[in-house]
Design a protein. Structure first.
Length: 411
């Protein structure tokens, strides 16, 4: 019944889109099945895990966004229809969000060959296909697996084998030394056959945890009581034999037949560690010791910039400064205005008229205000007893009529 609902919704949605093609104000439409699927996808996936007899039927109801679907979700049946003629596996990339999977460096060779890859964003997705393994007898394949191979019909198989053999022999000194240096952190160091632009990337062994599964396991570790060994994936450091950084590092590795006391420079060791840690990040893993990583990056920058020492400079010897009286901005502003004797106390921008003895002086003050530039500050004429001198009161009233915006009076 659900399958029929899916088919009918797809047909109805397709017909509606074709009908809206020539309409400028076409309404926004959504597939009815997609709306239903958003609410019940988790239950379908749990059914795939638990209902083995009906597993293949339930898997036909699943939908996933892909690298070529432009944000839309497609069914596994549609994916199989879109597969290349030479393609033998259903490829997927898993991550915690869309940005993470879209930026995965494992997708470079798939984008180059226009091979579609499913986006697994739900934590249960990768675990589900680990149990289901196949759909319509086609195996699921994680693009982050160390065994991924993209070889179309146009490629010369014999040339690929001879090229891989040449690279493995050429880089044997480097892969051997690098594995010894990294110890148990890595399962092996190998020459990569995948197309990539980065110097190295860390993939996972096919039957072990991927970076995404390790992240999920670590998030559940405290609640499930898992051990560190049970959480860690088996990592493979894949190096790019054509990258100039790898070629330069090969020159520093102990050559074949080197004495046991052969010493690799500290700079080369730091470079190898930093490249490995960057490869971890490219592969979706976390750096286990960020402090050590920071120190190695600083050491490389020190060497690159030519610093002999990173000792801090001493503080400068500064002379003792004498305290200076603060500038009295109000007095400075008042100095720009003429003084008029007999107008009482003048302080700041206040002129106290309580003791004014010279009304003519006040007239000259007001005249200067009207004819000259506006003072820097507002001026305030204070008369505690406004009725004391009717002459002053009249002068102040005249000033108010002048509408001086920066002169205020208290009558």
């Amino acid at each position: 019944m659900l399958k029929n609902f899916q088919k009918e919704s797809d047909a109805e949605f397709k017909a509606a889109l074709e009908e809206d093609e020539d309409k400028e104000d076409a309404p926004y439409r959504r597939n009815k099945y997609d709306i239903w699927y958003e609410d019940f996808s988790s239950q379908i996936k749990m059914g795939v895990l638990e209902d083995v007899p009906n597993r293949n039927k339930l898997m036909k109801l699943l939908k996933f966004p892909t690298t070529l679907s432009e944000g839309k979700s497609i069914s596994l049946e549609q994916y199989v229809e879109n597969m290349k003629d030479w393609q033998k596996e259903i490829f997927y990339v898993a991550g915690n969000d869309m940005d993470a999977v879209k930026s995965s460096q494992f997708l470079e060779q798939f984008a180059e060959k226009e091979v579609e890859v499913l986006y697994f964003l739900d934590p249960v997705d990768e675990y589900m296909v680990g149990q289901a393994v196949k759909f319509d007898d086609i195996k699921f394949k994680n693009v982050a697996s160390d065994t991924v191979r993209l070889r179309d019909e146009d490629e010369d198989e014999d040339l690929m084998l001879r090229r891989n053999k040449f690279y493995e022999k050429k880089f044997k000194p480097l892969t051997k030394w690098w594995k010894k240096m990294l110890g148990t952190d890595i399962t092996r160091v190998s020459v990569s056959s995948r197309q990539m632009s980065s110097p190295a990337i860390v993939s996972s062994i096919e039957l072990g945890h991927s970076a995404n599964m390790e992240r999920i396991a670590r998030a559940q570790a405290f609640s499930k009581g898992m051990t560190e060994f049970g959480m860690r994936s088996l990592k493979v450091l894949e190096i790019n034999p054509r990258h100039p950084m790898i070629l330069k590092l090969l020159e520093s590795a102990p050559p074949k037949g080197a004495d046991a006391d052969f010493t690799v420079s500290k700079e080369a060791k730091n470079s190898a560690f930093v490249l490995y840690e960057l490869a971890l990040l490219n592969g979706g893993y976390l750096i286990e010791n960020p402090t050590a990583h920071s120190k190695r990056v600083i050491a490389l920058l020190q060497s690159r910039l030519g610093f002999e020492s990173l000792e801090l400079e001493p503080h400068p010897e500064l002379p003792v400064e004498e305290d200076e009286a603060p500038d009295d901005e109000e007095d400075d502003d008042f100095d720009d205005f003429p003084e008029f004797p007999g107008l009482g106390n003048q302080y700041g921008n206040n002129i106290n008229l309580d003791n004014a003895k010279d009304p003519e002086g006040l007239k000259d003050l007001l005249k200067g205000m009207k004819e000259g530039d506006k003072p820097k500050q507002d001026w305030k004429l204070v008369t505690p007893e406004p009725g004391k001198d009717e002459g002053l009161k009249n002068i102040i009233q005249d000033m108010k009529k002048e509408n001086k915006p920066n002169v205020h009076t208290e009558l």
